[in-house]
Design a protein around this ligand. Structure first.
Ligand SMILES: [Fe+2]
Ligand SMILES: [Fe+2]
Length: 333
């Protein structure tokens, strides 16, 4: 756990009187663009996912991946949703509050894509599904153990507002958006089915906006940061990599406590999902795209005096940061 910051939120937190101040133009533009780029998940060609188009393993594998993605979308709904209230209580400038609300709405829309896909492919997956085989049982167990660990993540995230300043927590929001933009941008090209291609194309556009906005947030928040606070952001980036590892790499045991055959089961399912049209990435693709995405942002991050952590798994060089077992993850998706 990073050293406690003394600048906790003030006791007189209140959302009123509010303000209509716009200083951060970049933030305002990202928020404003969300209206023009609005899209509707219900109009996508869902019939493509009719159960009869796939064999049972293919249905499970695709539903598996969508329910895995949903864990991270839900963490985004929670983290940004929590952020809205805190930003309003701290009377941050108007577009910051509204952008946080708009990102929360987008993450709901992404979770809705996951829900619709699972509902078409495998009704009741995962919350009320009765597995029919050992294969299905293992897939469901993977999701259930992930969701259980999600509870630990959320406890840690909420708890972090007690010892980290809100500026630091808001500053940490950008890193996962780099990951989100990366995965959807590559999967919109590897997916073979139109419903996924269109979903990922729309989601990529949302994530690009999130990245612009959270980078603007990082820039605004980090202006007055001490060296120690900047190092905390570096640490949050490393935490972000570990948090996202079950989706964007393979699970890292610094945080995730998952069954010993979790990755074996996961790889098999992702391979089937990939071959049946969902377009999951191979390990080589994950490593390559993740690295490229971080390198693309390195200049901008370092310009703010914030160092990138070393992430040897994906060949990213930087500051050595050791994440301890059970350390709270103070970032989002
Ligand atoms: Fe998302
Ligand atoms: Fe996002």
């Amino acid at each position: 756990m990073p050293k406690a910051q003394k600048d906790k939120p003030k006791a007189d937190l209140n959302i009123f009187p509010g303000n209509w101040t716009i200083k951060n133009e970049m933030m305002f533009r990202a928020f404003d663009l969300s209206f023009a780029q609005n899209w509707n998940p219900s109009t996508l060609p869902w019939d493509e996912l009719d159960g009869k188009n796939f064999d049972p393993k293919e249905r499970i594998a695709q539903a598996y991946w969508m329910s895995k993605l949903a864990l991270f979308e839900k963490s985004g709904i929670g983290a940004f949703g929590f952020g809205i209230v805190r930003a309003a209580e701290l009377n941050l400038e108007d577009p910051t509050k509204k952008m946080l609300a708009s990102i929360t709405y987008d993450e709901c829309r992404h979770d809705e894509v996951c829900r619709r896909a699972c509902n078409k492919l495998c009704p009741n997956w995962p919350y009320g599904y009765k597995p029919q085989s050992d294969f299905e049982q293992k897939a469901l167990r993977n999701i259930q153990t992930l969701y259980d660990e999600g509870r630990r993540y959320w406890k840690g995230f909420v708890g972090a507002w007690e010892y980290l300043s809100p500026e630091l927590l808001f500053a940490g929001f950008f890193f996962a958006e780099i990951g989100a933009e990366t995965i959807f941008n590559s999967m919109r090209q590897t997916s073979k089915l139109e419903v996924y291609r269109q979903s990922f194309q729309n989601i990529t556009r949302d994530e690009t906006r999130h990245l612009v906005a959270t980078m603007a947030l990082l820039r605004a928040m980090s202006q007055e940061f001490t060296e120690e606070q900047k190092l905390t952001v570096t640490r949050q980036m490393k935490q972000g990599f570990i948090f996202l590892s079950p989706l964007l790499y393979e699970h890292k045991s610094e945080f995730w406590r998952l069954p010993s055959d979790f990755d074996k089961v996961d790889h098999e399912l992702e391979q089937i999902a990939r071959d049946s049209g969902l377009g999951c990435l191979t390990m080589e693709e994950k490593v390559k795209y993740w690295r490229q995405a971080i390198e693309k942002k390195r200049g901008e991050i370092e310009e703010m005096g914030i160092k990138v952590p070393a992430i040897p798994e994906i060949e990213v060089e930087g500051v050595d940061v050791q994440i301890r077992k059970n350390e709270a993850i103070a970032t989002s998706f």
